[in-house]
Design a protein around this ligand. Structure first.
Ligand code: TRP
Ligand code: SF4
Length: 343
């Protein structure tokens, strides 16, 4: 590949729903995917607060605080507002306009068969109260991406069916009204899915999450309860690190120690209690820069709001340009004065 082409900046867009504090699963599965991208590309990262309403419309009392916490988590892991644009979905109403227009060309059948939305409705026992907004989830997500002409979308594996719909919608739009949009490509993380230390999916409801904002004491308490190789009772029982959850965490957070830990475990040279204690120290240390950055931004709440306000302005200005093109392509603007005023 030609070097110049490789290096050319691409438009990245990704988002997360503000539903609570982020845990290590989010960090390894999604944020580690975002971080290197801001160095090379033109990144837009946003809090999908409208999407949070699809399942959380009854109680919005925490929405604002969760959005603030989400941005705080991003800044803590090193998302840099000087490199990436951070914004909030509901501050960019052009996304809603685009969602409405894309809804005109999207067959309901594409949405009804979407496995991610179907699973979610079942999991939450929502089949009965399944809302139009929830059915429309992938269309709104497509509008998020296309409103800034996102080309690459770094997401977790569960998002692939949504992205497939986004590509179909972009293709149909271009085919019908002329070439306006790129076909957005998903970009998966290279790091594997990180389960909780009990081996189950990391989830708030299982109480097995380690949060990015946890203190060293909270980390130690979680690691202490981890499920290791059940065959190890005495300190010198030979262990099988491959089946131990703590070992998997060593592999992700302290790869340089992997060989040593495996050797000690197999040879019965270390007890699980000591091995866990060592790991919680390692993890606490690995997360220390995140905790420090969090403290920095927590002490500067006004700066955080200013970062988001600036990101909102930038995202909105982008989206207004794209929406002007969309209206033109769809012949929605009869005369110039009909255009809404731009910010
Ligand atoms: N559906 C995504 C999630 O649950 C969040 C999201 C909303 C998103 N809009 C997006 C991700 C656009 C990427 C691009 O994680
Ligand atoms: Fe896991 Fe360490 Fe125990 Fe081996 S010694 S089973 S790696 S906690």
């Amino acid at each position: 590949m030609v070097k110049g082409f490789e290096m050319s900046k691409r438009r990245i867009l990704s988002g997360m729903r503000p539903t609570g504090r982020l845990h290590l699963g989010h960090y390894v599965g999604v944020l580690m995917n975002w971080l290197p991208m801001q160095e090379e590309h033109d990144c837009f990262f946003f809090a999908a607060d409208w999407h949070a309403l699809t399942t959380g419309w009854q109680d919005t009392s925490q929405l604002r605080e969760h959005t603030r916490q989400l941005v705080l988590d991003w800044l803590s892991v090193g998302i840099d507002p000087n490199k990436a644009t951070i914004f909030v979905q509901s501050a960019v109403p052009e996304i809603a306009e685009l969602s409405l227009l894309l809804g005109m060309i999207t067959p309901v059948k594409w949405l009804e068969t979407n496995p991610t939305v179907k699973d979610q409705a079942q999991e939450l026992h929502m089949e009965e109260i399944f809302a139009i907004g929830h059915l429309n989830y992938p269309v709104l997500q497509t509008a998020d991406i296309l409103a800034v002409k996102g080309e690459l979308v770094p997401v977790g594996k569960d998002q692939l069916p949504h992205l497939e719909i986004s590509r179909d919608i972009a293709r149909r739009f271009n085919h019908t009204y002329g070439n306006v949009f790129p076909e957005p490509q998903p970009k998966l993380t290279e790091t594997p899915l990180l389960n909780g230390l009990d081996g189950r999916k990391m989830s708030k409801s299982y109480g097995n999450s380690i949060y990015l904002s946890d203190s060293p004491e909270q980390i130690a308490a979680r690691v202490k309860d981890a499920i290791t190789d059940p065959a190890r009772i005495k300190r010198d029982d030979p262990g099988t690190p491959e089946i131990c959850n703590v070992f998997k965490y060593y592999q992700v957070f302290a790869p340089a120690m992997e060989a040593l830990v495996a050797q000690e475990c197999r040879g019965g040279l270390i007890g699980c209690v000591a091995c866990k204690r060592r790991f919680s120290d390692v993890l606490s240390e690995a997360l220390a820069p995140i905790r420090e950055r969090r403290a920095h931004w927590e002490a500067r709440p006004d700066d955080l709001l200013e970062i988001v306000a600036e990101g909102n302005r930038k995202a909105r200005s982008e989206a207004q340009g794209v929406l002007a093109e969309v209206r033109e392509a769809m012949q929605l603007n009869l005369w110039p004065s009909q255009q809404p005023a731009r910010v």
